[in-house]
Design a binder for this molecule. Structure first.
Ligand code: SF4
Length: 317
């Protein structure tokens, strides 16, 4: 059994214009000691999907269908108290934008200690010592525990976020666009730190990004999302080398290859659809260069096509 099983998840935002189908029948799983990447353009539903795993979806958003089973328990049915205990200890998250996620008037050591005290029966002094160890673990050094967030650079703040998220040894870590907005050198340092922590702590991770190179560096498997649906899922190396879905191909063509041959970059024509009234049939059809008549009327199912690769496309048999 997988550590996390998300089955047929549906999350809609109920607006005056009608329901926005932000996540529409999405299924994926994460196994022990595995990193899964969720990739897609902004607004494709990847952050909404992982917010549901921590039950952070708030009105007008609502989970309207599906199951989220973590360590054998359906998260959707847990009580608020059970969820409070699960967050941070069972599943932890590094949020996008460390600047706004950290408390500006509390030292970073105190912010780490508070999470530890929430979940462990230890004294404040013991929690403080553990917080200092966490700072060492993420390469900041315990001497900085008494510093405030404004005394750190953007990359160091992101490391503090990782220290907070891993303080209670969670069973699953979710990282939401952790390197967005950082310069490439700091990005590389953070990705190296993530890979080191994963190796040391055997930490399963869900990594959300729109950057394929980040997925290639960190993830075992990848799920490509488009307009609230998963359109392709499989082993990262194989999908990166041989994408099958036209959207995955277009995504890869739109990013520069750092190690491979020089190639012309091509942007994906058009824009992602509004999810209040998504296109009929295959949601990618208005932008797809291979679209056929059937694509406009029938939604392609996500099916196993080759070597465990799941693809939703009428073109692929
Ligand atoms: Fe393109 Fe049709 Fe495949 Fe959709 S189902 S990706 S429109 S070929």
């Amino acid at each position: 059994m997988a550590l996390l099983d998300v089955e047929n998840l549906k999350i809609y935002y109920f607006t005056q214009e009608g329901p926005v189908k932000a996540v529409d029948d999405v299924s994926f799983s994460v196994n022990e000691d595995e990193t899964l990447g969720l990739i897609g353009e902004s607004g494709c539903g990847k952050t909404t999907a992982v917010f549901a795993i921590l039950r952070f979806v708030t009105p007008p958003g609502r989970i309207v269908g599906g199951k989220i089973v973590f360590e054998g328990r359906d998260i959707i049915t847990l009580s608020d108290e059970e969820m409070r205990l699960l967050r941070g200890k069972g599943i932890a998250m590094v949020f996008q934008g460390a600047q706004s996620a950290l408390n500006p008037v509390m030292t970073v050591g105190k912010q780490i200690s508070e999470v530890i005290l929430e979940h462990e029966s230890i004294t404040k002094e013991e929690a403080w010592e553990k917080a200092k160890k966490q700072l060492e673990l993420v390469g900041i050094g315990s001497a900085r525990a008494k510093n405030y967030p404004h005394e750190f650079s953007g990359g160091m703040k992101q490391r503090v976020m990782v220290a907070i998220a891993t303080a209670c040894n969670p069973g699953l870590l979710i990282m939401d666009e952790p390197v967005t907005g950082l310069d490439v050198i700091v990005q590389r340092q953070l990705l190296t730190l993530t890979n080191d922590l994963r190796a040391k702590m055997h930490l399963p991770i869900i990594f959300i990004t729109h950057d394929l190179s980040v997925i290639a560096e960190t993830c075992d498997r990848v799920a490509v999302m488009y307009a609230g649906k998963i359109v392709e899922q499989g082993n990262t190396v194989s999908l990166y080398k041989d994408p099958m879905h036209p959207y995955s191909k277009a995504l890869i063509r739109s990013y520069p290859s750092v190690k491979g041959e020089k190639r012309e970059l091509k942007s994906i024509p058009g824009a992602p659809p509004r999810l209040i009234n998504p296109p009929s049939g295959c949601r990618f059809h208005p932008r797809c260069e291979y679209a056929m008549d059937i694509c406009r009327t029938e939604e392609p199912p996500l099916e196993n096509r080759n070597n465990g690769r799941l693809v939703a496309c009428h073109l692929i048999k």
